[in-house]
Design a binder for this molecule. Structure first.
Ligand SMILES: Cc1cc2nc3c(=O)[nH]c(=O)nc-3n(C[C@H](O)[C@H](O)[C@H](O)COP(=O)(O)OP(=O)(O)OC[C@H]3O[C@@H](n4cnc5c(N)ncnc54)[C@H](O)[C@@H]3O)c2cc1C
Length: 232
Protein backbone atom coordinates (compact mmCIF):
# COMPACT_ATOMS: atom_id res chain seq x y z
CA UNK A 1 0.00 0.00 0.00
CA UNK A 2 1.26 3.48 -0.73
CA UNK A 3 0.31 6.37 1.54
CA UNK A 4 1.02 9.90 0.32
CA UNK A 5 0.37 13.21 2.04
CA UNK A 6 -0.71 16.59 0.71
CA UNK A 7 -1.13 15.23 -2.80
CA UNK A 8 -2.79 16.79 -5.86
CA UNK A 9 -5.84 14.94 -7.16
CA UNK A 10 -5.44 16.33 -10.66
CA UNK A 11 -4.51 13.00 -12.23
CA UNK A 12 -7.18 11.19 -10.21
CA UNK A 13 -10.34 12.83 -11.61
CA UNK A 14 -11.48 13.10 -15.23
CA UNK A 15 -12.19 16.84 -14.87
CA UNK A 16 -8.50 17.23 -14.03
CA UNK A 17 -9.34 19.48 -11.09
CA UNK A 18 -6.21 20.41 -9.21
CA UNK A 19 -7.24 20.20 -5.57
CA UNK A 20 -5.27 18.49 -2.83
CA UNK A 21 -6.05 15.76 -0.35
CA UNK A 22 -4.51 15.50 3.09
CA UNK A 23 -3.83 11.77 2.55
CA UNK A 24 -4.05 9.44 -0.42
CA UNK A 25 -3.81 5.70 0.16
CA UNK A 26 -3.60 3.38 -2.82
CA UNK A 27 -4.83 -0.10 -1.93
CA UNK A 28 -3.97 -3.18 -3.98
CA UNK A 29 -5.66 -5.89 -1.92
CA UNK A 30 -8.37 -6.38 0.69
CA UNK A 31 -5.88 -6.70 3.57
CA UNK A 32 -4.38 -3.32 2.72
CA UNK A 33 -7.89 -1.89 2.59
CA UNK A 34 -8.75 -3.35 5.99
CA UNK A 35 -5.50 -2.07 7.44
CA UNK A 36 -5.97 1.51 6.28
CA UNK A 37 -9.63 1.58 7.31
CA UNK A 38 -8.93 0.20 10.78
CA UNK A 39 -6.37 2.93 11.46
CA UNK A 40 -8.28 5.85 9.97
CA UNK A 41 -9.94 8.63 11.93
CA UNK A 42 -10.14 11.16 9.07
CA UNK A 43 -13.11 11.90 6.80
CA UNK A 44 -13.04 9.30 4.04
CA UNK A 45 -13.56 9.30 0.30
CA UNK A 46 -13.37 6.25 -1.98
CA UNK A 47 -12.00 6.89 -5.43
CA UNK A 48 -12.26 4.69 -8.50
CA UNK A 49 -11.57 6.30 -11.87
CA UNK A 50 -12.72 9.71 -10.67
CA UNK A 51 -15.18 10.09 -13.57
CA UNK A 52 -18.27 10.73 -11.47
CA UNK A 53 -16.90 12.83 -8.68
CA UNK A 54 -16.47 16.59 -8.65
CA UNK A 55 -13.85 17.97 -6.30
CA UNK A 56 -14.55 21.62 -5.58
CA UNK A 57 -11.97 22.23 -2.85
CA UNK A 58 -9.08 20.61 -1.02
CA UNK A 59 -10.09 17.48 0.90
CA UNK A 60 -9.05 17.45 4.54
CA UNK A 61 -9.21 13.70 4.88
CA UNK A 62 -8.18 10.34 3.48
CA UNK A 63 -8.85 9.31 -0.09
CA UNK A 64 -8.59 5.60 -0.78
CA UNK A 65 -7.68 4.98 -4.40
CA UNK A 66 -8.94 1.59 -5.47
CA UNK A 67 -6.34 -0.58 -7.19
CA UNK A 68 -7.85 -3.98 -6.34
CA UNK A 69 -7.22 -6.07 -9.46
CA UNK A 70 -8.07 -9.49 -10.80
CA UNK A 71 -10.68 -11.43 -12.76
CA UNK A 72 -11.64 -14.84 -11.42
CA UNK A 73 -13.72 -17.50 -13.14
CA UNK A 74 -16.31 -18.61 -10.59
CA UNK A 75 -18.53 -20.96 -12.55
CA UNK A 76 -19.66 -21.78 -16.05
CA UNK A 77 -22.07 -23.96 -17.94
CA UNK A 78 -22.91 -24.42 -21.62
CA UNK A 79 -24.58 -21.05 -21.91
CA UNK A 80 -23.18 -18.77 -19.19
CA UNK A 81 -19.98 -17.82 -17.40
CA UNK A 82 -19.65 -16.22 -13.96
CA UNK A 83 -16.72 -13.86 -13.40
CA UNK A 84 -15.78 -12.28 -10.07
CA UNK A 85 -14.03 -9.03 -10.91
CA UNK A 86 -12.01 -6.99 -8.43
CA UNK A 87 -13.48 -3.53 -8.06
CA UNK A 88 -10.35 -1.63 -9.08
CA UNK A 89 -10.36 -3.10 -12.59
CA UNK A 90 -10.99 -0.47 -15.26
CA UNK A 91 -14.53 -0.91 -16.59
CA UNK A 92 -13.72 -0.57 -20.29
CA UNK A 93 -10.76 -2.96 -20.00
CA UNK A 94 -13.11 -5.52 -18.46
CA UNK A 95 -15.56 -5.01 -21.35
CA UNK A 96 -12.71 -5.57 -23.84
CA UNK A 97 -11.63 -8.70 -21.92
CA UNK A 98 -15.18 -10.05 -22.27
CA UNK A 99 -15.29 -9.25 -25.98
CA UNK A 100 -11.93 -10.96 -26.61
CA UNK A 101 -13.21 -14.07 -24.85
CA UNK A 102 -16.65 -13.91 -26.46
CA UNK A 103 -18.45 -13.36 -23.15
CA UNK A 104 -21.53 -11.50 -24.27
CA UNK A 105 -23.87 -8.91 -22.82
CA UNK A 106 -21.96 -5.80 -21.79
CA UNK A 107 -20.60 -4.78 -25.20
CA UNK A 108 -23.07 -1.86 -25.39
CA UNK A 109 -21.43 -0.50 -22.22
CA UNK A 110 -18.09 -0.01 -23.99
CA UNK A 111 -16.04 3.06 -23.17
CA UNK A 112 -17.96 4.12 -20.07
CA UNK A 113 -15.21 5.65 -17.93
CA UNK A 114 -14.47 4.42 -14.44
CA UNK A 115 -13.93 1.31 -12.39
CA UNK A 116 -15.79 -1.98 -12.10
CA UNK A 117 -16.46 -1.19 -8.43
CA UNK A 118 -18.38 1.96 -9.26
CA UNK A 119 -20.53 0.23 -11.90
CA UNK A 120 -23.18 -1.05 -9.45
CA UNK A 121 -23.19 2.25 -7.52
CA UNK A 122 -25.27 4.00 -10.14
CA UNK A 123 -26.20 0.93 -12.19
CA UNK A 124 -24.30 2.22 -15.20
CA UNK A 125 -26.14 2.03 -18.47
CA UNK A 126 -25.89 3.00 -22.11
CA UNK A 127 -27.35 2.12 -25.50
CA UNK A 128 -30.26 0.11 -24.12
CA UNK A 129 -28.25 -1.97 -21.62
CA UNK A 130 -27.93 -1.67 -17.84
CA UNK A 131 -25.22 -3.37 -15.83
CA UNK A 132 -27.73 -4.67 -13.26
CA UNK A 133 -28.86 -7.32 -15.75
CA UNK A 134 -25.40 -8.91 -15.63
CA UNK A 135 -24.55 -8.56 -11.92
CA UNK A 136 -25.25 -11.54 -9.67
CA UNK A 137 -23.43 -10.40 -6.53
CA UNK A 138 -21.62 -7.41 -5.08
CA UNK A 139 -19.04 -7.97 -2.36
CA UNK A 140 -18.38 -5.02 -0.09
CA UNK A 141 -16.51 -4.17 3.10
CA UNK A 142 -18.37 -2.21 5.75
CA UNK A 143 -16.33 0.91 6.42
CA UNK A 144 -16.77 0.73 10.21
CA UNK A 145 -17.14 -2.94 11.17
CA UNK A 146 -14.77 -3.98 8.32
CA UNK A 147 -16.98 -7.02 7.77
CA UNK A 148 -17.44 -8.35 4.25
CA UNK A 149 -21.07 -8.44 3.11
CA UNK A 150 -22.46 -10.07 -0.02
CA UNK A 151 -25.32 -8.27 -1.78
CA UNK A 152 -27.49 -10.27 -4.17
CA UNK A 153 -28.99 -8.50 -7.17
CA UNK A 154 -32.19 -7.99 -5.16
CA UNK A 155 -30.27 -6.67 -2.15
CA UNK A 156 -28.66 -4.05 -4.41
CA UNK A 157 -32.08 -2.44 -5.06
CA UNK A 158 -31.02 -1.40 -8.54
CA UNK A 159 -32.96 1.37 -10.20
CA UNK A 160 -32.34 3.82 -13.03
CA UNK A 161 -28.77 5.09 -12.31
CA UNK A 162 -29.20 4.09 -8.69
CA UNK A 163 -28.67 1.32 -6.16
CA UNK A 164 -28.70 0.78 -2.42
CA UNK A 165 -25.10 2.08 -2.40
CA UNK A 166 -26.39 5.51 -3.44
CA UNK A 167 -29.42 5.44 -1.16
CA UNK A 168 -29.87 3.51 2.13
CA UNK A 169 -26.26 2.38 2.36
CA UNK A 170 -24.66 5.52 0.96
CA UNK A 171 -21.18 6.00 2.40
CA UNK A 172 -21.26 2.75 4.36
CA UNK A 173 -19.38 0.31 2.13
CA UNK A 174 -16.30 -0.12 -0.01
CA UNK A 175 -17.27 -2.37 -2.92
CA UNK A 176 -14.46 -4.91 -3.24
CA UNK A 177 -15.66 -7.07 -6.14
CA UNK A 178 -18.56 -7.58 -8.49
CA UNK A 179 -19.67 -10.93 -9.91
CA UNK A 180 -21.05 -10.89 -13.44
CA UNK A 181 -23.01 -13.49 -15.39
CA UNK A 182 -22.18 -13.23 -19.09
CA UNK A 183 -23.68 -15.19 -21.95
CA UNK A 184 -21.71 -17.49 -24.21
CA UNK A 185 -24.08 -16.77 -27.09
CA UNK A 186 -24.55 -13.19 -28.28
CA UNK A 187 -27.88 -11.45 -27.99
CA UNK A 188 -27.04 -8.47 -30.15
CA UNK A 189 -28.88 -5.26 -29.26
CA UNK A 190 -28.50 -2.57 -31.89
CA UNK A 191 -31.89 -0.94 -31.51
CA UNK A 192 -30.78 1.96 -29.36
CA UNK A 193 -29.16 5.19 -30.50
CA UNK A 194 -27.08 5.25 -33.64
CA UNK A 195 -25.62 1.73 -33.35
CA UNK A 196 -27.62 0.32 -36.28
CA UNK A 197 -26.78 3.21 -38.62
CA UNK A 198 -23.11 3.08 -37.57
CA UNK A 199 -23.01 -0.63 -38.47
CA UNK A 200 -24.83 -0.03 -41.76
CA UNK A 201 -22.34 2.70 -42.66
CA UNK A 202 -19.59 0.10 -42.20
CA UNK A 203 -21.51 -2.42 -44.33
CA UNK A 204 -22.03 -4.81 -41.38
CA UNK A 205 -25.35 -6.64 -41.48
CA UNK A 206 -24.57 -9.53 -39.14
CA UNK A 207 -22.59 -7.91 -36.31
CA UNK A 208 -20.47 -9.66 -33.71
CA UNK A 209 -20.19 -8.29 -30.17
CA UNK A 210 -16.87 -6.75 -31.23
CA UNK A 211 -18.63 -4.94 -34.10
CA UNK A 212 -21.20 -3.58 -31.64
CA UNK A 213 -18.49 -2.49 -29.22
CA UNK A 214 -16.55 -0.78 -32.03
CA UNK A 215 -19.72 1.01 -33.16
CA UNK A 216 -20.46 2.19 -29.61
CA UNK A 217 -16.86 3.40 -29.23
CA UNK A 218 -17.10 5.32 -32.53
CA UNK A 219 -20.36 6.97 -31.52
CA UNK A 220 -19.14 7.85 -28.04
CA UNK A 221 -15.85 9.25 -29.33
CA UNK A 222 -17.73 11.42 -31.83
CA UNK A 223 -19.92 12.84 -29.06
CA UNK A 224 -17.63 13.35 -26.10
CA UNK A 225 -13.94 14.18 -25.91
CA UNK A 226 -11.63 11.62 -24.32
CA UNK A 227 -11.41 12.75 -20.65
CA UNK A 228 -7.67 11.99 -20.79
CA UNK A 229 -7.33 14.77 -23.40
CA UNK A 230 -10.03 17.25 -22.32
CA UNK A 231 -11.43 17.01 -18.80
CA UNK A 232 -15.15 16.18 -18.59
C1 LIG B 1 -17.27 11.23 -20.40
C2 LIG B 1 -18.15 10.45 -19.45
C3 LIG B 1 -19.10 9.59 -19.97
C4 LIG B 1 -19.92 8.84 -19.11
N1 LIG B 1 -20.85 8.01 -19.65
C5 LIG B 1 -21.66 7.29 -18.84
C6 LIG B 1 -22.66 6.42 -19.39
O1 LIG B 1 -22.81 6.29 -20.60
N2 LIG B 1 -23.44 5.72 -18.54
C7 LIG B 1 -23.28 5.82 -17.18
O2 LIG B 1 -24.03 5.14 -16.46
N3 LIG B 1 -22.35 6.63 -16.63
C8 LIG B 1 -21.55 7.36 -17.42
N4 LIG B 1 -20.61 8.20 -16.88
C9 LIG B 1 -20.47 8.27 -15.42
C10 LIG B 1 -19.31 7.40 -14.86
O3 LIG B 1 -18.53 6.87 -15.89
C11 LIG B 1 -19.86 6.24 -14.04
O4 LIG B 1 -20.65 6.72 -12.99
C12 LIG B 1 -18.74 5.36 -13.48
O5 LIG B 1 -19.30 4.18 -12.95
C13 LIG B 1 -17.92 6.07 -12.41
O6 LIG B 1 -16.83 5.23 -12.11
P1 LIG B 1 -15.55 5.78 -11.35
O7 LIG B 1 -14.73 4.59 -10.98
O8 LIG B 1 -14.88 6.83 -12.15
O9 LIG B 1 -16.21 6.40 -10.04
P2 LIG B 1 -15.65 7.63 -9.18
O10 LIG B 1 -15.92 8.90 -9.91
O11 LIG B 1 -14.28 7.36 -8.73
O12 LIG B 1 -16.64 7.52 -7.93
C14 LIG B 1 -18.03 7.79 -8.10
C15 LIG B 1 -18.73 7.55 -6.75
O13 LIG B 1 -18.68 6.16 -6.43
C16 LIG B 1 -17.96 5.95 -5.21
N5 LIG B 1 -17.16 4.75 -5.40
C17 LIG B 1 -16.29 4.51 -6.42
N6 LIG B 1 -15.77 3.28 -6.29
C18 LIG B 1 -16.31 2.73 -5.17
C19 LIG B 1 -16.16 1.48 -4.50
N7 LIG B 1 -15.32 0.52 -4.94
N8 LIG B 1 -16.88 1.26 -3.38
C20 LIG B 1 -17.73 2.21 -2.90
N9 LIG B 1 -17.90 3.42 -3.47
C21 LIG B 1 -17.20 3.67 -4.60
C22 LIG B 1 -17.12 7.21 -5.00
O14 LIG B 1 -16.84 7.43 -3.64
C23 LIG B 1 -18.04 8.27 -5.59
O15 LIG B 1 -19.03 8.62 -4.66
C24 LIG B 1 -19.77 8.96 -17.71
C25 LIG B 1 -18.80 9.83 -17.18
C26 LIG B 1 -17.99 10.57 -18.04
C27 LIG B 1 -16.96 11.49 -17.47
Amino acid sequence: MSLQENISLRSHNTFGIDVKTKKLATVKNVNELKNILSNNLLPLCILGGGSNILFTKDFDGLIIKNELKGIQLINENDTEIYLKVASGEVWHEFVLFCIENNYCGIENLSLIPGSVGASPMQNIGAYGVEVKDFITEVEAMHLKSLKITYFSTNDCEFDYRSSIFKTKEKGNYFITSVTFRLNKQPNINTSYGAIQSELEAKGISNPTIKDVSDAVICIRESKLPNPKEIGN
